[in-house]
Design a protein around this ligand. Structure first.
Ligand SMILES: Cc1cc2nc3c(=O)[nH]c(=O)nc-3n(C[C@H](O)[C@H](O)[C@H](O)COP(=O)(O)O)c2cc1C
Length: 364
């Protein structure tokens, strides 16, 4: 998620929640190929995140061909094409969800990306494509990949996946899925809203269920996405829609613990009448420690002028405990991890909570 799933966030998710797979923020193919430093920023990752998938977007097949080489060369475990972003800048220019209106171009982009991944796997170098080595070196160094010191793992073909929406202004997901299947991605992920809906209303899981049948008939995996905020919702959505898995976006904001239930979900979906699953209950102490850890990690990955980007995460952690609203309004003014620590210390010295209050900070 753009502006959310940065390297510090994904590191926190990986170490405290262990999602089965994580995706980077979407990155423009033009920025990847012509490589400014900020353009490369979303492609930083740390080893603990694996499997980690780079999500890219754009509308020029030739740039996707090159960008595929870069993504593979940086050691990502998969490449996801964004065909779902509704933002005006992206979609009206024909990228993101704009591609729903140009299915032939979408297929051309998929073919070109696949070819890029295949050519890279069979030995083509970035230098042959005229991609600046300096930019690659910088990114590799920043990704803490030690390949430039001679530890490069063997080249392998990484999978191509696609993430999309139900349609542009109307629901066309069955026809659209049939079209996408011709491009033979390994996985199609569907957010159950149209572009026009943006994030309004509820995700339409019946439409996802219908498309799941179409996609699975082509032997392709399908992941459903939209409005899942608890383990029990995950189980019932998977069972009712028949998808192969789900993606959680906003439900993970301020809540890495949600992914601790993956194993429970996997077992539950196999049962005809699954029992209600216990949602993770996180003590206030654990929650506060997470805020301090996350802020400290953010500082270690980014320089301090970027700290304002961390504030929203701190706000998301502040819910479900006494005086959470006051704490939230203080947290969104912080400038350093030290400020976060100070606010936590102040809270602890000012409030005497009952045992139940301290233990019951809800994640929902
Ligand atoms: C702030 C924000 C940024 C997002 N950025 C991306 C993105 O870069 N790529 C993408 O595929 N989806 C992006 N999304 C959409 C989410 O991945 C997801 O499809 C949507 O929020 C619905 O799922 P949820 O209800 O679990 O959050 C973004 C959503 C939000 C709220």
């Amino acid at each position: 998620m753009d502006g959310v799933t940065d390297v510090a966030f994904r590191h926190i998710m990986a170490t405290h929640g262990h999602p089965d797979v994580v995706f980077t923020e979407f990155t423009n193919v033009h920025d990847i190929c012509h490589g400014s430093r900020p353009g490369w920023e979303p492609l930083r990752y740390s080893e603990c995140e694996r499997p980690v998938v780079a999500q890219i977007y754009g509308k020029d097949p030739a740039l996707f061909y090159k960008a595929a080489h870069v993504v593979a060369d940086l050691g990502f475990d998969g490449l996801d094409i964004n065909m779902g972003c509704p933002s005006k800048n992206v979609a009206t220019s024909g990228s993101g969800a704009g591609l729903i209106r140009t299915p032939n171009l979408a297929l051309e982009i998929m073919a070109s990306t696949k070819q890029g991944l295949a050519d890279w796997a069979s030995g083509q170098t970035l230098a042959e494509l005229g991609i600046k080595k300096a930019a690659i070196e910088q990114a590799n160094e920043r990704n803490a990949n030690r390949w430039l010191e001679g530890n490069r793992p063997p080249r392998k073909l990484i999978p191509l996946t696609v993430k999309t929406r139900l349609g542009y202004d109307t629901v066309v997901i069955n026809e659209w899925s049939d079209c996408l299947a011709q491009g033979k991605p390994e996985v199609i992920s569907i957010h159950g809203r149209t572009l026009e809906q943006m994030y309004r209303g509820e995700a339409d899981w019946e439409a996802i269920a219908s498309a799941a049948k179409v996609i699975q008939s082509h032997g392709i995996l399908v992941l459903g996405n939209g409005d899942i905020r608890s383990l029990n919702e995950a189980v019932s959505r998977i069972q009712a829609s028949g998808v192969d898995g789900i993606l959680i976006g906003r439900g993970a904001q301020g809540n890495p613990w949600i992914f601790q239930g993956n194993e429970l979900i996997r077992k539950s979906v196999l049962e005809t009448n699954p029992p209600s699953l216990p949602e993770p209950s996180i003590s206030l102490e654990t929650r506060f420690q997470m805020m301090i850890n996350h802020a400290t990690l953010f500082e270690s990955f980014h320089e301090s002028p970027r700290f304002p980007r961390m504030r929203k995460h701190l706000g998301w952690y502040c819910s479900g405990f006494p005086y959470a609203a006051v704490m939230r309004s203080n947290m969104v003014k912080t400038n350093t991890a030290q400020d976060v620590q100070r606010l936590v210390d102040e809270y602890m010295s000012q409030h005497v909570l009952t045992e139940a209050e301290a233990l019951s900070a809800s994640t929902l």
